[in-house]
Design a protein around this ligand. Structure first.
Ligand code: SF4
Length: 319
């Protein structure tokens, strides 16, 4: 498989009055063409910031980004704008990400105007092609966002992202604002489009169950750091990090015996501002020992292609 995107030791810190906020702290991964990396974690774990830094919508603090064998870490603003043709984003909330004063046709055609593609007739033809592609009936071409339901609005978001024929898309919680029945439709659409157009995705979500089937690999993030990364199937079969175990325990499952599963994830996220040199999951971890207070754990390969950041991973999982 050919690599499309390589991210090495990426850091993104924000200056705050209380000190540096470590939103993304030493994150590395590779995504091959046509594959999906699911990035999972609670709100505030840095997953959306990671997506925006990769897309060059935010400057990075440190690290390296390579896209199609080209180092794009320090490219100019002009080159970043040109690169945006290849790299796009689908936003979480179709209600607020669409300009309410533009009709569907204008919303989908807008990126084509920005990049000076097609004349007026050609643009309208391309808009209809995109509407067909995302399953949005042409009769809605001159409707406004408020006249459409959430699923149709998110189809506009998908069509806008596809307008410039990108190779890579960051899907930033694209279904979390939608009803469960509509979520499945949009997930199926994204999977079909990926297969048809050999698209590569980063799929950001707080809900592990959403990325189970769509992701090739899953990266679990906690307070800016990588907690665990491996193939999607492997993560659901053998979660090794205490945080991943907690996330999985919170997924509701039908239970005919009415036996309550213990919820393993207790407490709240701590602050990512000037974090101490200790495990960031310490305050919530029932497996914590003294060594967890004495220094942050390093990211280690505990089984082939299965990486975990935990001092006690072998003892906890009898490896
Ligand atoms: Fe828990 Fe310690 Fe592992 Fe952190 S390093 S997840 S505190 S056992």
């Amino acid at each position: 498989m050919a690599e499309l995107l390589k991210v090495e030791h990426l850091k993104k810190y924000f200056a705050t009055p209380a000190g540096q906020l470590h939103a993304v702290d030493d994150v590395s991964f590779v995504i091959n063409k046509g594959e999906t990396l699911g990035v999972v974690g609670e709100s505030g774990c840095g997953k959306s910031t990671l997506g925006r830094v990769v897309l060059k919508l935010l400057d990075l603090t440190d690290g390296r980004i390579v896209f199609e064998d080209r180092d794009i870490t320090s490219i100019s603003e002009k080159d970043s704008i040109a690169l945006r043709k290849e790299m796009q984003i689908i936003f979480q909330d179709p209600y607020s990400s669409l300009n309410p004063r533009l009709c569907v046709s204008e919303l989908i055609g807008d990126p084509l105007i920005v990049y000076k593609m097609y004349n007026k007739d050609g643009r309208q033809k391309r808009v209809y092609e995109l509407m067909d592609l995302v399953g949005l009936a042409r009769r809605f071409a001159f409707s406004y966002p408020h006249e459409l339901d959430g699923g149709r609005r998110q189809r506009i978001g998908v069509a806008r992202a596809l307008a410039l024929s990108p190779k890579f898309i960051v899907c930033d919680e694209p279904v979390s604002a939608l009803d469960v029945s509509i979520q499945a439709q949009i997930l199926n659409l994204l999977q079909d489009l990926q297969a048809q157009q050999n698209l590569t995705y980063i799929f950001v979500t707080h809900d592990l169950s959403v990325v189970k089937h769509i992701s090739t690999d899953i990266l679990v993030m906690y307070l800016g750091v990588m907690a665990e990364k491996c193939e999607s199937k492997e993560l659901f079969r053998k979660p090794y990090h205490p945080y991943t175990k907690g996330l999985l325990s919170a997924i509701p499952v039908p239970n005919i015996d009415h036996v309550k599963r213990p919820v393993e994830l207790l407490g709240e996220l701590t602050s990512p501002i000037e974090p101490k040199d200790e495990c960031r999951f310490l305050a919530r971890c029932k497996y914590a020992t003294d060594v967890c207070r004495q220094g942050a754990p390093t990211y280690q390969e505990v089984e082939p292609n299965h990486f975990v950041t935990c001092h006690n991973v072998r003892e906890i999982n009898n490896l």
